[in-house]
Design a protein around this ligand. Structure first.
Ligand code: SAM
Length: 261
């Protein structure tokens, strides 16, 4: 009902959940446990926040839209285990929030879903499990295979840092207002980050910055190395200097980074 009364801000990706059934799917994919400490980005009107608060030890919910404060406070008034933080999740230091989150569970704002997920991989080292609602197309990118159109920097980084734990396609009808795109819930669990993850991330982001260029050209353009050195490193991996970023598996990116170090 409150979703009907609120004028949703599409620029903030406000599509509120209005179908309670999907909450059960989120709970299952997030593998909620009574001791969990959860970070939710974008509580909106607090439907998911409340569901989480009833089932876990603590929820920190970060919302950018201060005009929702009164409604959120009202809906969550009965819960002493919820901390509401107002601000931009991309600008706040989420890693400094206490208690440190073990799970990130959110119906993410679509316009910033990818950077939020990518930055959480190394920025929120205590998070062990994610369950996020994102645009279907974005969900497919997360675990896309090398060489496919959907495969990109986010696929490499996600696959290096996590393992897929679940997927659930979500109908547009569960949101108000209805989005123009399909959605999906994706769950994944942390794998130990490679030691040189920060360097790998720089190489991967530079490699995919210019998809149509060869890898040596992209890495030189980003100022990471010379074309010749990149070509030699590719040679060591038995790959041609004309190779493009999308041909390399996550493991090959790790090896390439080591060769360039
Ligand atoms: N969790 C609610 C639900 O499921 O009904 C709302 C989800 S809605 C898709 C996304 C929410 O994220 C909105 O409440 C929006 O205001 C908020 N939001 C958008 N950009 C944000 C940002 N950069 N940081 C924090 N919250 C943001």
């Amino acid at each position: 009902m409150s979703a009907r009364r609120v004028t949703a801000r599409r620029d903030l990706g406000q599509h509120f959940l209005v179908d309670g059934n999907i909450l059960g799917v989120i709970g299952r994919l997030a593998d909620l446990q009574p001791g969990d400490i959860v970070l939710e980005i974008g509580p909106g009107l607090g439907v998911l926040t409340r569901y989480l608060a009833e089932r876990v030890a603590h929820v920190t919910a970060v919302e950018i839209d201060r005009t929702l404060e009164a409604r959120l406070a009202e809906r969550l008034a009965a819960f002493s285990n919820v901390a509401l933080v107002f601000g931009d999740a991309l600008a706040l230091e989420l890693g400094a929030l206490t208690p440190p989150a073990r799970k990130l569970v959110a119906n993410l704002p679509y316009n910033v879903a990818t950077p939020i997920v990518v930055e959480s991989l190394d920025g929120l080292p205590t998070v062990e499990r994610w369950c996020v609602m994102v645009q279907r197309e974005v969900a497919e990118r997360f675990f896309a295979a090398p060489g496919t159109k959907a495969y990109g920097a986010v696929s490499v980084l996600l696959q290096l840092a996590t393992e897929r734990a679940g997927f659930h396609a979500v109908a547009r009808t569960v949101f108000r207002p209805r989005p123009n795109v399909d959605s999906a819930l994706v769950a994944f669990t942390r794998r130990p980050l490679p030691l040189e993850y920060a360097q790998i991330k720089r190489v991967v982001q530079a490699a995919f910055a210019h998809r149509r260029k060869t890898l040596p050209n992209s890495l030189e353009l980003a100022g990471l190395t010379s074309r010749e050195r990149a070509a030699r490193a590719l040679g060591e991996l038995e790959l041609s200097p004309a190779t493009r970023a999308e041909a390399l598996s996550p493991e090959q990116f790790t090896r390439l980074t080591g060769l360039l170090a």
